[in-house]
Design a binder for this molecule. Structure first.
Ligand code: PMP
Length: 386
């Protein structure tokens, strides 16, 4: 039998072991983790909506109305009016013709990619795409061409050298670096090479664009330019689930073909109802987005002045680059000693030698919260090398 214990030991020795924190009570930004009170800078609740009273009230009212369980899969008898309302709301917010609601972003990427391409087709995927995109590509059995991060010339060469059906897939905002994909250039390349473009905007939705519709609204990209958009609802929107939005034909096709949509119990409809209320807050969330932008500016200026190395990110994902796994763990531990929760991210989530502290900012943070983080970072600053 395979030596699982030895593999776990090896991970531990390489500083790669992951731990789960036991969180009790409300979740953001102050929380109790492993019985310690901590201020978190690692959640994806970018707008602070996860515990918003209006969303909580909508959820409990909907549960009182329709119960808890999802009952069955959508194509059996689980497709509830609340799911339908949410899909229309998502299409409306994102300016797309139609939308399809999935239980998680992971399942959306698996189901959509594996439905759109198969044996003999080619999928082009940015090297830093999220794990669920990588797994969707593998599941599809299409040929996979991973192009260097945001390298449009590299992608153009690969597209030109390939015949047959082509799908290009990219994160809108990269989950571990916080930078954006060059979506205008990608849209133009896909048009030129007759490739279908799919953008996973898990980290742009709610944060970017005047109405919070994400990277595509921010750049003014229409459904003609970017046919398929995936968004997740467990991050800035503060609830749970995900969706794909695009032309009616493709959504109709996915209803028939996306196995992670077809062969799973529908998300509890009450969650869909609460998500509609959360989307109203997202759409009217200009003040939250302004406050978040202010925190991002402050964090970047002040942590750079302390000598920390950041990535070129204008989003709430602000990784502090460290390099070595143990140094990243040690910095995370020192911050925790000061009451702050910032997780160290290590390979394989990020490339070898690029361990980091993934700081995420939220509109729920106050300036005083940020002061605490910056003061702690000043105290924990690694000694400059002689
Ligand atoms: N896509 C991206 C870019 C993500 O960062 C994530 C989650 N971290 C997902 C998809 C998966 O979404 P979910 O958590 O809803 O499964």
């Amino acid at each position: 039998m395979r030596d699982f214990a030895a593999e776990l030991d090896a991970r531990r020795e390489a500083g790669l072991n992951r731990t789960r924190r036991l969180v009790r009570g409300p979740q953001q930004p102050s929380l109790i983790a492993d019985d310690t009170s901590l201020l978190a800078f690692c959640s994806n609740d970018y707008l602070g909506l996860a515990s918003h009273p209006e969303v909580c009230t909508a959820l409990t009212a909907a549960v009182a109305d329709v119960g808890v369980g999802g009952a069955a899969s959508h194509l059996i008898c689980g497709h509830h009016d609340y799911h339908h309302q949410l899909e229309q709301r998502l299409a409306d917010l994102t300016g797309r013709t139609a939308a399809l609601f999935f239980s998680t972003g992971y399942m959306a990427n698996l189901g959509v990619i594996s439905a759109l391409v198969g044996r003999g087709d080619t999928v082009f995927s940015d090297r830093l795409n999220h794990a669920s995109i990588i797994d969707g590509c593998l599941l599809s059995r299409a040929r996979i061409q991973r192009y260097p991060h945001n390298d449009m010339a590299g992608l153009a060469d690969r597209l030109a050298a390939t015949s047959g059906h082509k799908l290009v897939v990219t994160d809108g905002v990269f989950s571990m670096d916080g930078d954006m994909a060059p979506l205008r250039e990608l849209a133009a390349l896909c048009r030129e090479h007759d490739a279908l473009l799919l953008v996973d905007d898990a980290h742009g939705l709610g944060v970017l664009g005047e109405r919070g519709a994400g990277s595509l609204e921010h750049l003014g990209l229409s459904e003609q330019e970017v046919p398929l958009l995936i968004g997740t609802l467990g991050k800035a929107v503060g609830t749970s689930g995900a969706f794909v939005a695009g032309p009616q034909l493709l959504i109709d096709y996915l209803v028939q073909k996306a196995r992670t949509y077809i062969y799973t119990t529908a998300m509890p409809p009450a969650v869909a109802k609460a998500t509609c209320v959360a989307l109203d807050l997202v759409e009217q969330g200009q003040a939250r987005r302004r406050h978040l932008a202010h925190l991002i500016r402050r964090f970047r200026e002040e942590s750079k002045a302390l000598g920390y190395q950041l990535m070129p990110s204008a989003t709430p994902i602000q990784p502090i680059m460290v390099g070595d796994n143990w140094t990243a763990l040690e910095l995370s531990r020192q911050l925790e000693d000061r009451g702050l929760l910032v997780t160290a991210i290590r390979p394989p989530t990020v490339p070898e030698g690029q361990a980091r502290l993934r700081v995420t900012l939220s509109a729920a943070h106050t300036d005083a919260d940020l002061d605490r983080l910056l003061t702690a970072l000043a105290e924990c600053r690694p000694e400059p090398e002689a």
